[in-house]
Design a protein around this ligand. Sequence first.
Ligand code: ZN
Length: 134
Amino acid sequence: MKILKIDHIGIAINQIDESKLFWNDILGLDFEGTETVETQKVITHFFPVGESKVELLESTSPDGPIAKFIEKKGPGFHHIALRVENIEAAIEELKNRGVRLIDETPRDGADGARIAFLHPGATNGVLIELCERK
Ligand code: ZN
């Protein structure tokens, strides 16, 4: 598989206002915009950093995956997203090598990407997202 770069780093947050104060006002990163991904019960907030982005993840519902993550581990680092050239080929290769996946087929993510998550049990505890952009 061909990994092109770190596309973004996902960080779970409780609430955007205090986080925006840090990433935008204090660090001085541009705030690119917000997108709601209904299927994941999440609002994503993007802050470009060079060729990558910081993606802040805010839950829309107490039973969403981000709310559950925060309940268990607290806010903070959630996942790293690697941009791949061809997501189907990458998934196929990982499956063939016996790597456990959360998504066996790509789904639609925020920001026009097609994404798939690897299971953290297969990656020393790091949640890895593959993402392909046209
Ligand atoms: Zn992500």
